[in-house]
Design a protein around this ligand. Structure first.
Ligand SMILES: NC(=O)c1ccc[n+]([C@@H]2O[C@H](COP(=O)([O-])OP(=O)(O)OC[C@H]3O[C@@H](n4cnc5c(N)ncnc54)[C@H](OP(=O)(O)O)[C@@H]3O)[C@@H](O)[C@H]2O)c1
Length: 312
C-alpha cells in the first residue's frame, strides 16, 4: 500500500494494544517486517507491553493514547505524520463495556461509553484522513461488535455506542472511498476472554446486582450468567479474531462489514432473513429466564411488543 518515491513501510496505528484482541493483533502485525507499528495504550497500561515482551524499537513505537483525549490523539497522529509521512492503516480496537439498564443509566455513564467506543474512534479517523486523502490510499478498520447489530438487556449503552460507530463508519465508507480509502467494520460476537470481568457497572446497577429485592436484579443475574457462559465457551479467541482483522486489512477490496465469528454471522443471518417481528419475539424467548424477570408473564404473541404494536 505504501507509495511515494522510495519504498516506505506500511504504517499501522493500533489502539488498545496492550491486552486482549489488541495485543493479539499487535503480535501478528509485529511478524511483518514491512510494517511500521504504532502501538498505543492508556498511559497506565503501557507497562503491560514489557510484561508481554514487547519493547520499543525502530519498527515498533509504543505511545500513550487515551482514545477520549484529544490532545493525545493529535500528538500520536502528528508524530506519525512528521516521522513517517502519515498513517496507512488505522485500527480502532480500544473499547469498553458498560453494564446497566436504561432506567439506571446516568448521563455520565452514557457519555463515557460513547466517548470511548464511538467519539474517540471517529475523531482519530478524522485526524488520519487528510494524509490518506493526499496519498489516495489508506485503510480504517473499526472493531465493532455483534452488539452493533443487536441490543441485549443490560447492554444498551454498549450497543448504542457500537450502533453509532456502525452508522458513522458506514457513512464515512461512502465519503472516503472516492479518495481510494477503505473503511471496514469488523464485528466479532463473543470472544473467549476475561474481558467480561472488566465491564464497568454503574453505581445504581451495581446495587441492583447485589440486592435481590431490586426490580432489575433478575435482569443482571441472568444476563451475567448468560454472557459469562457465552464468553467462556466461545470458539473465537482473541488470536482468531485478530487474524480476521489482519486478513481484512490485507484484502485488496475489503468489504464494509466483516462478520468475524460464527455467532455474529448467525445474528446477521437472523436479522436479514427472519421477519423482524418474529425475530424480536424469538430473541425475547431466548433470553435466559426472561418471563420471570418482572415477576409477571411476558407477552409472547409474535409480532407484538408490550404496547401490542409491532416491535421496534
Ligand atoms: N471480548 C469480546 O467478546 C468482544 C466482542 C465483540 C467486540 N469486542 C470489541 O473488541 C475490542 C477489543 O476488546 P477486547 O475483547 O480485547 O477487550 P479488553 O481486553 O477489555 O480490551 C479493551 C482495550 O481497550 C482499551 N481501552 C479502554 N478504554 C480506553 C480508553 N479510554 N482509551 C484507550 N484505550 C482504552 C483497554 O485499555 P486498558 O487495558 O488500559 O483499559 C484495552 O486495551 C473492543 O472494541 C470490544 O468492544 C469484544
Amino acid at each position: 500500500m505504501g507509495d511515494g518515491p522510495s519504498p516506505r513501510r506500511r504504517v499501522v496505528l493500533l489502539t488498545g494494544a496492550s491486552v486482549g484482541l489488541g495485543l493479539a493483533l499487535a503480535r501478528l502485525l509485529m511478524r511483518d517486517s514491512e510494517t511500521q507499528l504504532v502501538l498505543t495504550a492508556r498511559e497506565s497500561s503501557l507497562p503491560r507491553f514489557a510484561e508481554h515482551g514487547i519493547t520499543e524499537g525502530e519498527r515498533v513505537w509504543l505511545r500513550a493514547l487515551d482514545i477520549t483525549d484529544d490532545r493525545q490523539r493529535r500528538a500520536v497522529v502528528e508524530e506519525a505524520e512528521q516521522t513517517f509521512g502519515g498513517v496507512d492503516v488505522l485500527i480502532n480496537n480500544a473499547g469498553l463495556t458498560y453494564r446497566t439498564v436504561a432506567e439506571y443509566a446516568t448521563p455520565l455513564e452514557l457519555s463515557h461509553q460513547m466517548a470511548v467506543n464511538y467519539e474517540g474512534p471517529m475523531a482519530l479517523s478524522a485526524l488520519v484522513l487528510p494524509k490518506m486523502r493526499e496519498r489516495k490510499a489508506g485503510r480504517i478498520i473499526q472493531v465493532s461488535s455483534a452488539g452493533g447489530l443487536v441490543a441485549m438487556p443490560t447492554m444498551g449503552l454498549y450497543s448504542a455506542s457500537k450502533f453509532a460507530l456502525e452508522a458513522a463508519s458506514e457513512a464515512m465508507h461512502y465519503e472516503v472511498r472516492p479518495f481510494g480509502i477503505r473503511v471496514s467494520l469488523v464485528l466479532p460476537g463473543f470472544i473467549r476472554s476475561p474481558s467480561f470481568l472488566k465491564s464497568v457497572v454503574g453505581e445504581h446497577s451495581r446495587r441492583a446486582t447485589e440486592d435481590p429485592g431490586d426490580p432489575y436484579n433478575p435482569h443482571f443475574t441472568n444476563m451475567d450468567r448468560f454472557i459469562e457462559r457465552m464468553m467462556n465457551f466461545a470458539k473465537a479467541s482473541p488470536e482468531s479474531v485478530a487474524s480476521c482483522v489482519l486478513k481484512t486489512m490485507e484484502r485488496r477490496r475489503p468489504p464494509l462489514r466483516v462478520l468475524a465469528t460464527w455467532d455474529a454471522r448467525l445474528l446477521w443471518w437472523f436479522r436479514r432473513f427472519i421477519p423482524h417481528p418474529l425475530n424480536i419475539w424469538l430473541t425475547y424467548r431466548m433470553l435466559p429466564g426472561i418471563r420471570g424477570w418482572g415477576g409477571a408473564e411476558g407477552d409472547e404473541t409474535p409480532g407484538t411488543g408490550s404496547s401490542g404494536s409491532p416491535a421496534r
